[in-house]
Design a protein around this ligand. Structure first.
Ligand SMILES: *Cc1c(COP(=O)(O)O)cnc(C)c1O
Length: 407
């Protein structure tokens, strides 16, 4: 008995990085609700409710709006592997860490990947996307909406319009923005959009909401019954090749979420409860109120760090409201600051990736943490740690400036 591990009793930590974030108490409660059999009418009723709720969250009429079991990446992978057959052309907007992930997954589908490269900290010029699409005539264009690695929100509506005009499908990763910034799927003319719970939706990671237009669903369903042996070698048409993954075969997952209820996986009931509650909480607040709350939290973070004498990373005109990149000042050890934020204040802020490693911190204000107390507490702690590390910030300036945004 002496070898057993202790209870999970870490101190409550304020998660102010780019995700995961603290989970809404109602979502935690929903996750502790007893399970039901996956074909129990009460449970399939919850599945249908979840579909209806996420149509509202995604601002779409798409019939096919449901959950992929797994983290956000499961939604991304399901979308790409279900659309892209070997040899298909895909144009990927690569303007951050998650753009790179899209191209990596598309390559694993043996698709022919054309990258439209964007500078980190800026948004893509839609004309560059149009040029690539006109040249390649891809089956799919894939783009991240808000890439937390760069804190930029890409102009999806312009890209959607280009895709429609050139008859390409559009996939969008809205993991970091859904329910925090407007993600009007139908207005975007996006065909597949996926997300996760651990950002603005205020839940744990482990469920990936997805929405699929009829034209994308038709293409995916068309790949369903094709057997491996029938496809001609090197077939370019998506209809010529079976979807390469069973778990992420959206045609099969749609059959499971349809009235047919064809068995596929065992729906992750506790995660479905969580996803359903995240959507209920978001819609009760109202999407517009929620977007405004994330916007004011983001504005308060920006005002606070600038008043401390720090600089905000990236193009302010296209900055995501829910994540802020902050240049680490010269002579300050970014990792030490993050460590002291945690050990002295129980607050987590984010580090950075790739070209920004060691150069910026990222502070997220998302879900339940897009609130005044969380922002003010984080700024007060950051200022104290910075002073202890030898940076001269006027005491109280950051909190005062942030509080003013709220008054
Ligand atoms: C956070 C984030 C993800 C995370 O994927 P997980 O599989 O849930 O870790 C994916 N895409 C974007 C744009 C993100 O910001």
């Amino acid at each position: 008995m002496t070898d057993t591990f202790k209870d999970l009793d870490h101190p409550p930590r304020l998660l102010m990085g780019p995700g995961p974030i603290n989970v809404h108490p109602r979502v935690l409660r929903a996750m502790s609700v007893q399970l039901l059999g996956q074909f129990d009418p009460e449970f399939t009723g919850y599945m249908n409710e979840t579909m209806a709720l996420y149509r509202q969250v995604f601002q779409t009429q798409n019939r096919w709006t449901f959950l992929v079991d797994g983290t956000s990446r499961a939604g991304i992978e399901a979308a790409l592997v279900s659309v892209l057959a070997p040899g298909d052309d895909v144009v990927v907007v690569n303007a951050g860490r998650f753009g790179l992930l899209l191209s990596e997954i598309a390559e694993r589908c043996d698709a022919r990947v054309t990258l439209v490269e964007g500078e980190w900290g800026k948004v893509i010029d839609p004309q560059a996307v149009e040029d690539a699409v006109a040249r390649v005539k891809p089956r799919l264009v894939a783009c991240v909406h808000g890439d937390t690695s760069t804190t930029m929100a890409q102009p999806i509506e312009a890209i959607g319009e280009i895709c429609r005009r050139h008859d390409a499908l559009l996939y969008v990763d809205a993991t970091a923005t859904l329910a925090g910034m407007p993600c009007p799927v139908d207005q975007w003319q996006a065909d597949i959009v996926t997300a996760g719970l651990q950002k603005c939706l205020g839940g744990p990671s482990g469920s990936a909401p997805i929405t699929i237009s009829d034209r994308a669903a038709e293409h995916i369903a068309g790949r369903k019954h094709v057997e491996r042996g029938i496809a001609t070698a090197g077939a370019v048409s998506g209809a010529g090749r079976r979807i390469a993954s069973n778990y992420f075969d959206l045609a099969m997952i749609m059959d499971y979420w349809s009235d047919k209820r064809l068995n596929h996986h065992t729906e992750a009931a506790s995660m479905l409860y969580a996803a359903r509650e995240c959507a209920r909480v978001a819609l009760e607040e109202g999407l517009d109120a929620r977007f405004a709350r994330h916007a004011s939290a983001g504005a308060a973070v920006v005002a606070g760090v600038e008043a401390m004498g720090l600089s905000v990373y990236g193009d302010p005109a296209h900055k995501m409201t829910n994540v802020t990149g902050i240049w680490i000042p010269a002579g300050i050890d970014g990792d030490r600051v993050r460590a002291r934020m945690r050990t002295e204040f129980e607050i987590e802020i984010g580090t950075a990736f790739g070209p920004l490693t060691g150069k910026i911190w990222r502070i997220g204000a998302m879900g339940v943490n897009a609130r005044k107390h969380a922002v003010l507490t984080t700024l007060a702690a950051l200022e104290a740690v910075l002073r202890w590390e030898g940076f001269s910030a006027t005491p109280g300036a950051g909190v005062d400036a942030a509080a003013k945004v709220y008054s």
